[in-house]
Design a protein around this ligand. Structure first.
Ligand SMILES: C[S@@+](CC[C@H](N)C(=O)[O-])C[C@H]1O[C@@H](n2cnc3c(N)ncnc32)[C@H](O)[C@@H]1O
Length: 279
């Protein structure tokens, strides 16, 4: 499994939250409307960003299980969530949060999902979520996951799946070569088999439909502007760093210098938000 830097997750969180597509969010809110208690298992939860985005759409009492292979990120999630909440306390390892009128109980589960795509504890939740996650996963792993999800009868909300397109402003002659090389790098095995990378949104929807699930896929692009300059800089630097790991990647020194100089002009990044439900 490749490591994710908490600073990167913190930097991208505001863009992630404002990019979420409305239709899947509204459908989830409708699914659980009127329910006093809703339980959610968030796979690859990182620093708990999705809890902060989604909890205002769910009922007054929520139980979240945050699953991630990275214990350091889960510790960061607990710290971030405690600061985000109006009040927080620790009850024997469970975090009890009060946020506006909502009570949220949070458990963290350090678990590598490679051998066990949908842990039994996760399948028992009302809703399974995984944000910015499926582009890391391979086809076979996703098939195994979806087969267990379909058997559980639970819905899956999988927002912010990278969809293979980045449009920087202003254009540079090496943009297409950089994107092609980056997308190739995204296909590398991140611990869940050769990753579906830029094909993950289509792949997940196809696998879901083949398993008899109804799939909604809605675009949720990042549209970064001058207020997001730091994020655009980081995005360009990380792209160049990833491409440098390829044995045959293009030389991008000039491209990166240009992208950093013009980072305030922004970039659009394609993502898809998926909702899979029993058909
Ligand atoms: C791009 S981050 C997304 C984090 C969070 N969902 C968000 O939206 O900010 C992907 C997350 O998946 C986790 N992850 C990757 N491979 C994993 C695996 N095999 N088992 C469990 N978690 C994994 C990483 O540790 C990381 O936290």
């Amino acid at each position: 499994m490749s490591g994710f830097d908490p600073d990167w997750l913190d930097l991208r969180e505001p863009a992630d939250h404002r990019s979420l597509a409305n239709e899947p969010l509204e459908r989830i809110a409708a699914l659980f409307a009127g329910r006093e208690t809703v339980s959610v298992t968030d796979l690859g939860a990182g620093s708990g960003s999705l809890l902060r985005a989604l909890s205002p759409r769910l009922g007054p009492k929520q139980r979240w299980t945050l699953v991630d292979a990275d214990e350091g990120l889960l510790a960061h999630a607990r710290t971030r969530l405690s600061k985000w909440a109006d009040a927080s306390s620790d009850a024997g390892g469970r975090l009890l949060l009060q946020k506006t009128a909502t009570e949220i109980e949070v458990m963290t589960l350090a678990r590598d999902l490679s051998a066990d795509p949908l842990p039994a504890a996760a399948a028992e939740a009302d809703l399974v979520t995984a944000s910015a996650f499926f582009d890391l996963a391979g086809h076979d792993w996703t098939e195994a996951f979806v087969s267990r999800l379909a058997a559980s009868g639970k819905p899956l909300y999988a927002p912010l799946v990278y969809a293979g397109e980045k449009r920087f402003s202003p254009a540079h002659r090496l943009d297409a070569a950089a994107l092609e090389a980056f997308n190739r790098h995204q296909l590398r095995d991140k611990g869940l088999g050769p990753a579906m990378g830029p094909g993950a949104a289509l792949g997940l929807a196809e696998i879901g439909r083949a398993a008899g699930l109804a799939c909604l896929s809605s675009p949720s692009p990042w549209r970064l502007d001058e207020a997001d300059e730091a994020l655009t800089r980081r995005l360009a630097s990380d792209m160049a760093q990833a491409i440098a790991e390829l044995p045959d990647g293009p030389e991008l020194g000039e491209w990166l210098a240009f992208r950093l100089e013009h980072a305030a002009s922004g970039v659009g990044v394609a993502h898809e938000d998926l909702l899979l439900q029993p058909g």
